[in-house]
Design a protein. Structure first.
Length: 334
């Protein structure tokens, strides 16, 4: 009986020992992880924004007088030269006024010539001659003024460029100050980007920026920050930043993505952001996991600069699994 009890106790003990060994093995089994090494490269801090291409000095076309629009001679996208006619206003009233002024002017000029002859012959006084001469000069000035007003019925371009916007149709009433068209020089453009007010403190003139558009694929255009608007938009909680592109003609009106380089350090020690959790990373030491606190520098979209806490020859666990614990045995995944 005692022998059976001893055997039963021994069996239970072996079972417990085997279970404990299995549990220990389970907890200490090697965990498959991906090990990477830090790399040297440029750490870049970027401010992202969206913007659009616009003329550096757009010219607004408007009328100097109130008149119906008779003809619109250009459309958006048309190239124009200095002096080209853009719009023709209804000039019937102006032509009538010019004819009337010319008729009065002809009488005044004829009276001036007659007075001059009579004054030379001594038939009228100097005052009468001066009055006739003044009326003649006034009549000639009135004629020139009426002719100039008639010329204003043809609205012409003052620069060479492209019609970037047209806000008028034949039959509309043009009034002074009303914007009818906008013309810009495609060889002199700038980019206006909208930057979140939380990032504007990191922007300054002269900073490098990279401009991209989906239609360009992987190609980027370099630009420089040229100016910051002194006041922001409280509704959008944003500021406008002007950039000067270089090396490529950009279509006026094109929307672009802007990445402004606010900080850059070369030959920095870098880790992928996937290997960093907060300010910590997991290191493989002698085949076991060790949690390491890091001092971070520039944090980019896919890379993080490591200032302290990591050596160039350390092996770092990329995308550490959630079951990873301090001292856990590791196996490098292949």
């Amino acid at each position: 009986m005692q022998r059976r009890s001893a055997l039963a106790a021994l069996g239970i003990g072996l079972t417990v020992a085997l279970a404990a060994a299995a549990l220990w093995w389970w907890h200490d089994r090697p965990l498959n992880v991906v090990l990477i090494s830090p790399e040297r490269g440029s750490a870049v801090e970027l401010v992202y924004a969206t913007g659009f291409v616009e003329p550096l000095a757009p010219v607004v076309i408007s009328s100097r007088m109130t008149a119906p629009v008779a003809q619109v001679l250009v459309d958006e996208g048309d190239r124009v030269h200095r002096g080209d006619a853009l719009l023709i206003l209804d000039d019937r009233d102006l032509r009538g006024s010019l004819d009337e002024v010319r008729a009065h002017a002809a009488q005044a000029i004829l009276a001036e010539a007659r007075a001059q002859t009579l004054y030379r012959q001594g038939w009228i006084t100097r005052a009468a001659f001066d009055l006739a001469a003044a009326n003649g000069r006034a009549a000639r000035a009135a004629t020139e003024g009426a002719r100039a007003r008639l010329d204003q019925a043809v609205i012409r371009s003052t620069i060479e460029g492209i019609v970037t916007r047209r806000d008028v149709e034949a039959g509309n009433l043009a009034t002074p100050g009303q914007i009818l068209m906008t013309i810009g020089d495609p060889s002199r453009v700038r980019i206006t980007a909208t930057v979140d007010e939380r990032d504007i403190g990191r922007i300054s003139s002269g900073q490098l920026a990279w401009i991209s558009n989906d239609s360009w694929g992987d190609h980027r255009v370099a630009a420089r920050v040229s100016a910051l608007t002194p006041s922001g938009d409280p509704d959008q909680r944003a500021f406008r930043v002007r950039l000067s592109p270089g090396g490529r003609l950009l279509p006026i009106g094109m929307s672009v993505e802007v990445n402004i380089v606010t900080r850059q350090r070369d030959h920095a020690l870098l880790l992928p952001t996937s290997a960093v959790a907060g300010t910590f990373a997991w290191i493989s030491r002698a085949g076991r996991a060790t949690r390491r606190r890091l001092l971070l520098g520039i944090i980019g979209s896919d890379k993080v600069e490591i200032i302290d806490g990591l050596e160039a020859d350390d092996r770092v666990i990329d995308r550490p699994p959630p079951e990873l614990t301090e001292g856990r045995r590791l196996r490098a995944a292949r």
